[in-house]
Design a protein around this ligand. Structure first.
Ligand code: ZN
Ligand code: ZN
Length: 349
């Protein structure tokens, strides 16, 4: 075992604090990564506060991990010491079920091992996330990073990036299509960049007219203010695809009727309760209402390569680990452009 320093929450009401724990010894196919940067995802906060009623304390958040390889097991072939490397939301899966064989580890039928708040496949111990000094992960779940991008701005690609890229790929978004992105936060700003790079006509739906300029800068072709019904009427029956990143309860039917024949609206934000979907609005144009979550390892690598090729990374604000509670409270107010990333060097301060 190796001693590792990090930050943990010890209960649903306690702020994160310095915490020491053990990481497993390197197995033959393991890579040890010294963490340089870790993105701050909404899930980190949800789990820290036990919003999903399944948190095992102490809890170390962080699943947008970027760092440098400091040690490799005897059988590792993909990485060598000194390489940049990334880890996302999953660190293992059963590898044999139908989903795993299709490269869809996020839908592992046995249950993939999450980077945090899960149980290590090798030791049975709890998994701890990236708000820490280093992490030990099997090389098959470690990503190769594009060399031409700012490593800090790559970190959010490991969750927010793949969560938006995967549905755009699955529903084959491309040129000649009209695509809507609902919400301009950590997820939404990545979705706008990807949909634009894929050649689609991109419309951003937001409740804040003040985001118009920023959305256009990020790649939107138009901005629709979502609490202005008159703006909606003009867009009825016109969208091929709408990606909804909003994680609070909202009226999805107003968007569904903007889809044209056979159009799909996909939910990647997760409101707490069930959403009310008007079946008649689906039936009248053979529309689909769907969901998606992150992406498999192969697709995550494909997304990172795509980002390297198109020079796409997240827009970030760098913070110190000591500022995490302040960052959480700003995140709750959507007061971040567009993702906080922790500079892990601050752990030593
Ligand atoms: Zn996440
Ligand atoms: Zn599986």
């Amino acid at each position: 075992m190796f001693l590792c320093h990090g930050y943990a929450s010890l209960s649903a009401t306690a702020p994160l604090e310095p915490f020491r724990f053990d990481r497993r010894d390197l197995g033959p196919t393991d890579v040890r990564i010294a963490i340089d940067y870790c993105g701050v995802c909404h899930s980190d906060l949800h789990v820290a506060r036990n919003d999903w009623q399944d948190t095992m304390y102490p809890f170390v958040p962080g699943h947008e991990i970027v760092g440098r390889v400091t040690e490799v097991g005897s059988g590792v072939s993909k990485f060598k010491v000194g390489d940049m490397a990334g880890v996302g939301t999953r660190v293992e899966s059963c590898r044999t079920c139908n989903s795993c064989r299709r490269g869809l580890e996020q839908f592992c039928e046995v249950g993939a091992i999450s980077t945090y708040n899960s149980f290590d496949k090798h030791t049975g111990a709890k998994t701890y996330g990236g708000y820490s000094e280093y992490i030990v992960v099997d090389e098959d779940f470690v990503l190769i990073l594009p060399a031409n991008l700012d490593p800090a701005a790559i970190a959010p690609l490991l969750c927010a990036g793949i969560t938006t890229y995967s549905p755009l790929m699955h529903w084959k978004v491309g040129s000649g299509q009209k695509v809507g992105i609902v919400g301009l936060g950590g997820l939404g700003h990545m979705a706008v960049k990807f949909a634009h790079a894929l050649g689609a006509h991109v419309a951003l739906f937001t409740t804040s007219p003040s985001k118009r300029e920023d959305a256009m800068r990020l790649g939107a072709d138009e901005v629709i203010v979502s609490n202005n019904p008159s703006e909606f009427i003009a867009h009825r029956d016109s969208f091929d695809f709408i990606l909804d990143t909003v994680a609070v309860d909202h009226d999805v039917n107003a968007y569904i009727e903007l889809l044209k024949l056979d159009g799909t609206m996909t939910q990647i934000g997760a409101p707490k309760g069930p959403l009310a979907v008007d079946a008649l609005k689906l039936m009248s144009r053979r529309r689909s209402f769907a969901g998606s979550q992150v992406g498999g390892i192969a697709e995550t690598q494909e997304m990172l390569d795509f980002c390297g090729k198109h020079s796409i990374a997240a827009d970030i604000e760098i913070i110190k680990i000591q500022e995490i509670e302040h960052a959480f409270s700003r995140m709750l107010k959507s007061d971040v452009k567009y993702r906080f990333v922790i500079d892990m060097a601050s752990l030593k301060e």
